[in-house]
Design a protein around this ligand. Sequence first.
Ligand code: 26Q
Length: 822
Amino acid sequence: MPATKFDKESIKNTIIGKIQRYNGLTIEDASKAQIYRAVASTVRDQIMQKVLLSRETRKRQKGKRLYYLSVEFLMGRSMYCNMLNLLSTKEYTEALKELGIDIKDILKEEPEPGLGNGGLGRLAACFMDSLSSLDLPAMGCTIRYEYGLFRQKIVDGQQVELPDSWLENGNVWETAAMEDACEVHFGGYVEETEINGIKRYIPRDYYTVEAVPYDMPVVGYDATAVNPLRMWSARSPKKLDLGSFGEGHYVQASEEIELAEAISKVLYPEDRHYEGKMLRLKQHYFFTSASLQYILKEYKRTYSKDMSKLPEKVVIHINDTHPGMAVPELMRLLIDEEGLGWDEASAIVQKTIAYTNHTIMSEALEKWPVNMVQQLLPRIYQIICEMNRRLCERLWNYFPGDWDRIARMAIVSYDNIHMANMCVAMSYSVNGVSKLHGEILKEETFHDYNLVMPEKFSAITNGITHRRWLMSCNPELTALINDSIGTDWIKNPEKLSDLKPFADDAAFRDKFAVIKMHNKERLAKMLKERQNVEIDPQFMFDVQAKRLHEYKRQMLNALHILVLYNRIVNDESFTMEPRVFIFGAKASPGYYRAKQVIRMICALSELIEKHPRARKMLRVVFLENYDVSSAEVLIPAAEVSEQLSTASKEASGTGNMKFMMNGAVTIGTMDGANVEISEQVGMENIYIFGMRSDTVRDMYRENTYNPMTIYESNHEIRQAMTQMIDGTLMPGNPAALQDLYHSLLLGSWGSMGDSYFVLKDFGSYSMAQRRLNTDYANREKWLKMAVINTAMSGIFSSDRTIKEYNDTIWHLTPLGTEKKKK
Ligand code: 26Q
């Protein structure tokens, strides 16, 4: 079948034709939403032609395939990136223009699939883009949440959560793959019998949930591969039986249906705070089991019935421990369904599963109460216990008599199942997400495991796709780069460093500055439209955008702003470079302190607005509902990137890379990937402050830190903190920030106050801010720094990250190098 052409004329005709057929309308009468669907469907046709070729090539090559399991994929909108990767942005833009339509108006119609909380979910999405762009055969596996992360509104200076019903008007990108639907079983008990002298485990009395997959294609940039993101949706196998209406059973039946379908109803909004919720455990097992059943089915269909060869053709990567039930589930399928013995099965598992850790914070380490797992997944529980027994036996040989150590390393201890230990013990690769994080994993979190199995551990620094985070969100800067150094960097992003000499080119810097100004104007316009807030694009744009958490220290930023305000108010002659501090952050609905920080930021904003002289040089704006789409406008407009986490706490960070790539200069701690950013740009092109990671860790161990001494000796801190509770910040409700105030000063139950060292690092932060302010006034110096940041960001492309994963962990062969058809 000859491929349909997608030149400008045929795109135009296709869109007109679709609107006629779908809606019975001419393009003039169609709404933007209708036009969006017609355009998207055209893009989709173009993708589907490639899907076919991609699948055929993969099946012919019979190579190894990666399954990337993640409970979150924060994809963001697809349409523009799809066009970009199909090399068709120009054709679509012009076709629409000739139809009298601005493509930007149409792109906005796409609802954003927000199936993730933050960094971990967005990383999975960037990985999908790079995998396809590098032609590596892969499938992403996740849950098709009916409701993604809540939408955030600010009402009276406080966060209000609204449901995100992104599927309301359908999802043009997905296709149901009914042929791969399968069953997932919960509850019941296990009957042990012997058949032909072999022990068998028969599940009894379980209840069934049906798993229905929906596939979303991810196209690579100028590539053969189109990899699917497979999203599993839960459905009850029970149909509401009309016959039972008469018997009065239908209420119970419909309740059961609802219970089953609740599994894929909503994304949990708590990132990094673990809570042992039954529904969450169900979610994790549900999509993990469905994915694994499919993986084995596909393996047997495509390759062989011989399970011992599985590791040659399949690698399962688990994004943190959330899909960690893949370990016992694969054991179960191999033993109970495929008839393998324990040792064989265990050897296969340990050659097939690889694990990435994303946090060292103990409150985020997943553990499940034994009785919960026993009740919900009785056979899985048996397998976990047996794995644990054998593991402890082995550890006993390494550490005879060292019970404490073995208990720390065990999968089951103190009535809990420790997912991280299970993942480390049973996978062949354990990796951290930045150099520093990798070191901390080896030296602290998994110190004992590193003694026993050091060969498993590695660190691969995160990355971001430069296609979305530069080419798509900052087209003007992309054009300037292309004009200056050509287009090689697109396929080889480290070549961005060819830009470095241009830092000394005055004409280039001016163009760079003009583009930054345009992007600032674009953000100002969005804020005006969405929130009716006016900001002056001449101000310095200083941005902190990320999930709200104490360890990320939005509070440090806020406290510093309050100190700046006091300097202005207390001293008529004080001046500074006019600056607007922009925050974007969602707080988990149950995280009281995080919500208070939002209140504090909003209160700061109001306080400053009331002071005519202060607001001439200092503004605070809280950008509502920070998500992927708003990040795409916010980040290109930023001049300063705030990366303030307490050293050792941010495993990597990826926002830091996005800001850098778009020419913002970082002010940050030596944490996560900030360390590597500083190595790339040099200490003269970044503002590093605060305690180093090892000092922080010593301070925690010594437990002698007392924030009160800083409070007492630093007048500016004391004044600002007092204003939190004396009615200055909160005139209507002076007590509102009391808990926040106390958390900075007083410990509770033996733990120290100010657990994230906000006061401790304040002085150093404030000094760094002074230097930054001075440097910003020197336009030439500042622009040089900005250019160097963009120039040195290529290494943070997720293409580099994925290549490293592939070289050290996955060993996939890229899809065929046959002549590319356009
Ligand atoms: C915990 C318990 C039970 C179920 C889920 C969870 C849970 C969910 C989400 C725990 C953590 C998360 C999210 C973690 C996350 O986003 N971590 C970030 O990962 C990024 C990508 O590696 C890093 O750049 C960030 O530093 C890290 O904070």
